[in-house]
Design a protein around this ligand. Structure first.
Ligand code: FA5
Length: 334
């Protein structure tokens, strides 16, 4: 081969590259072309082998031609490679594009039952006032549910029709007051507790009565407590729970385990109707004696409020049965 032939062959290779490069569609095709020209048996590689046949005087010039060609082709290859890669990237992005107009998947979010929310809120208010939360069993004995609370055997509340009896002397507790007795028997004064829990009565279900309902009991026993302390605690609680737009009123009531006893009513300022929210009173001396406290030493007060009643007042719910129907249209509003 002569130098002139070699130079022509080199031009032919460039022409082949330029022609093929115009029609390249993919990185695979580009790689195949690279192998054809620069591979171990490629056209340019073979031309480098042909150098040997040239006379020494022409070798330098021939080498320069071939190296220049090799550099041009390599540079052009790299440029083409980048262009093809970019095109493929854009095509893939177009194919995999997210459709932002598609509606999202709706997953319903669980929430606490409104009665649980109200209970937790009541607990929080009393924890801030320095009360502990105590609990007791839902299955009680007549002793804790009635006797220790000064409710004699002939008291109407002991009638079978009011309570669910499970056996002789054993019943579902009708109020949370038995927890008072259990706690006082275990601790020495001062005692400052609240006891939230479920209660059971043979009440016919109607808009304001359910055979299963919840109460929060409060008990504070310490030296020197008076009815004024009771009023202060209840006032603080009503303000914290209902806000400043409600006012409260006490009226006389009777419970065998408190003396004196009171009912607490509240109403929205500017409205007519008072609603009873709890029974309350100073712990009866006989109850204090029953648990081993000295009524000359310490006094105490207690109240029991209905959680359903509080929730109904707060949210304007007219029928207590809504709490138990598990209708999501109702529950999801809270
Ligand atoms: C009691 O149960 C007393 N243990 C409260 C008490 C505690 C007084 C400590 C003094 C000292 P009463 O039966 O009134 O009292 O019930 C208290 C509250 O429980 C009522 O105001 C009412 O909100 C709620 N309640 C009673 N029965 C039902 C019922 N069937 N359904 C829903 N709530 C009820």
């Amino acid at each position: 081969m002569t130098l002139a032939e070699l130079a022509r062959a080199a031009e032919g290779i460039w022409a082949q590259w330029a022609e093929a490069a115009r029609n390249l569609q993919s990185l695979e095709e580009l790689e195949a072309l690279r192998v054809q020209i620069l591979g171990r048996k490629g056209r340019l590689t073979q031309l480098f082998s042909a150098l040997r046949e040239l006379p020494p005087s022409e070798k330098a010039e021939a080498g320069r031609i071939l190296n220049t060609l090799k550099e041009r082709i390599e540079a052009a290859l790299a440029e083409k490679k980048e262009a093809l890669a970019q095109r493929e990237r854009l095509e893939r992005l177009a194919r995999e594009r997210y459709d932002l107009s598609l509606p999202g998947k709706w997953r319903p979010l669980g929430k606490l039952h409104p009665l649980t929310q109200v209970r937790l809120e009541i607990e929080e208010i009393f924890l801030r006032l320095g009360f502990d939360v105590a609990t007791g069993p839902e299955i009680e004995t007549e002793y804790y549910n009635f006797e220790a609370l000064n409710i004699g055997p002939d008291h109407p509340a002991r009638d079978e029709w009011d309570s669910f009896y499970l056996g002789e002397g054993v019943l579902l507790r009708t109020h949370t007051s038995p927890v008072q007795i259990r706690v006082m028997k275990e601790r020495k004064p001062p005692v400052r507790i609240i006891c939230p829990g479920r209660c059971f009565r043979r009440d016919n279900p109607d808009a304001t009565h359910s055979p299963v309902f919840h109460q929060v009991e409060l008990l504070w026993v310490e030296k020197g407590l008076t009815f004024a302390h009771l009023k202060w605690v209840i006032g603080e609680f009503v303000r914290a729970f209902f806000g400043p737009n409600y006012e409260m009123r006490f009226s006389a009531d009777f419970f065998p385990f408190t003396e004196p006893s009171a009912q607490v009513h509240i109403r929205k300022k500017g409205t007519e109707k008072w609603l009873e929210i709890m029974g309350a009173g100073m712990v009866h001396p006989r109850v204090l004696e029953e648990v081993g406290y000295d009524p000359e030493e310490v006094t105490g007060f207690a109240f029991g409020l209905g959680i359903e009643r509080m929730a109904m007042l707060r949210y304007g719910i007219e029928d207590i049965r809504l709490f138990w129907q598990n209708d999501l249209r109702f529950l999801s509003q809270f």
